[in-house]
Ligand binder design. Structure first.
Ligand code: PLP
Length: 395
């Protein structure tokens, strides 16, 4: 069985491009050219050079002595938090800006939740001297204030969105609206493996560098390219897609995807899509989606702005349905505990999103020789206010 996209943009029964007619020229233009461009030697060279010299790749694979001791397994952390701009999101924006340039686009738009994708987009736009507009839910604007200031300093215009829950879904709606109105000169840099085909595949390919490096680094450190398990958090699913990509066909590697349960999957405040969702169409692709009986999107909730999304990308919906990946969820509380634990034990303050992946370790059982890689998708600077609030409440 293939877990990759097919000719028509589907992963099993998920994916496709469900878009209004007015978006056809944009999406078609991209679909027709993305593979030829990103597989060309000249593109690969520019992309790889930038990942090395600008982003700082390869990101280290760090053996955590103390988590290994605590959980009774060989635990490695893939340090995407050490990338330029503080998360995995930069891998994708570097790729997409190089693509946009080759498509002759002059204006860049993006959506952002935690702000990491917005900062990464503003960064590559600054480097290329391109106009940048970032849509962001008004709630996220207030809870991710440091990133909003960074985007502005980098020259981007941040447009707050006041509809819905004022989070990522609403920001995405606005970005799509903008793109429909500006088909000629604008490229939309989507930040996750969501949206109409070819976005899920394209973003997964740009993030696949994570698992490509993991294989090489594991070989050097353990003698084998294959770990027993890879754990990553899932908002839309781009860091998980990247961390899983080069292990998809190695069925002996357990792939573990961690969603945000928020206050619990049995409360009204959750973002655990596979636990609560059904098949539906959102933002141009068919996937799993939290929705009411009559198909209205249920507003998600998570303490973590980057996981506060009512769906998952179609690749993940397929991994869930085929059983190739195990999906689980952890609550806000469990996440905060895991973040403090990593900070205390390793001196690493993770992003709230990444702390979800760490919290899964509490719920899983591994043997002492089993090699487990946890993808640390980003650093916690942007979440300091939330951490401090929690810390003060505990004292
Ligand atoms: C650090 C970090 N990790 C994870 C995510 C979730 O996105 P994805 O599931 O696409 O990796 C975000 C989103 O903003 C993020 O900032």
């Amino acid at each position: 069985m293939s877990y990759h996209v097919d000719q028509n943009g589907y992963y099993g029964r998920f994916g496709g491009a469900f878009i209004p007619e007015m978006m056809y020229p944009n999406v078609d233009g991209l679909r027709n050219r993305y593979l030829e461009i990103i597989e060309s030697e000249e593109f690969r060279k520019e992309y790889t050079d930038l990942l090395r010299d600008y982003v700082g790749r390869p990101s280290p694979l760090y053996y955590s002595n103390r988590l290994s001791e605590q959980y009774g397994a060989q635990i490695y952390l893939k340090r995407e938090d050490l990338n330029h701009t503080g998360s995995h999101k930069i891998n994708n924006t570097v790729g997409q800006i190089l693509l946009a340039k080759r498509l002759g686009k002059k204006r860049i738009i993006a959506e952002t939740g935690a702000g990491q994708h917005g900062v990464a987009t503003a960064t590559v736009c600054a480097r290329e001297g391109l106009q940048c507009i970032v849509y962001m839910g008004a709630l996220d604007v207030s809870r991710q204030a440091p990133n909003v200031e960074k985007m502005k300093m980098l020259g981007a215009e941040v447009r707050p969105v006041y509809s819905g829950n004022q989070t990522l879904k609403d920001a995405t709606n606005e970005a799509i609206r903008d793109w429909i109105n500006n088909p000629e000169d604008t490229h939309y840099i989507i930040g996750s493996v969501v949206g109409p085909h070819p976005y899920p595949d394209m973003v997964a390919r740009f993030q696949a560098v994570i698992s490509e490096e993991m294989r090489q680094q594991l070989k050097e450190k353990t003698g084998s390219e294959l770990p027993n398990a890879v754990i990553a958090c899932v908002g839309g699913g781009s860091n998980a897609a990247g961390a899983f990509y080069h292990f998809l066909d190695d069925e002996e590697v357990k792939l573990i995807a961690v969603e945000a349960a928020g206050k619990g999957v049995d409360t009204d405040e959750s973002a655990a899509t596979t636990a609560l969702g059904k098949t539906g169409v959102l933002h141009g692709s068919k996937s799993l989606l939290m929705q009411t009986e009559d198909g209205q999107v249920i507003e998600p909730y998570s303490i973590s702005a980057g996981l506060d999304y009512p769906g998952i990308g179609p690749m993940h919906a397929n991994l869930y349905e085929t059983g190739r990946a195990k999906f689980m969820s952890v609550t806000d509380e469990e996440t905060l505990e895991a973040a403090y634990n990593l900070t205390e034990k390793e001196g690493i303050i993770p992003a709230l999103e990444s702390a979800h992946a760490l919290a899964a370790l509490e719920k899983l059982k591994f043997g002492p020789d089993e090699v487990v890689v946890v993808n640390i998708s980003g650093r916690g600077d942007k979440d300091m206010e939330t951490y401090l609030k929690h810390f003060r409440a505990k004292q």
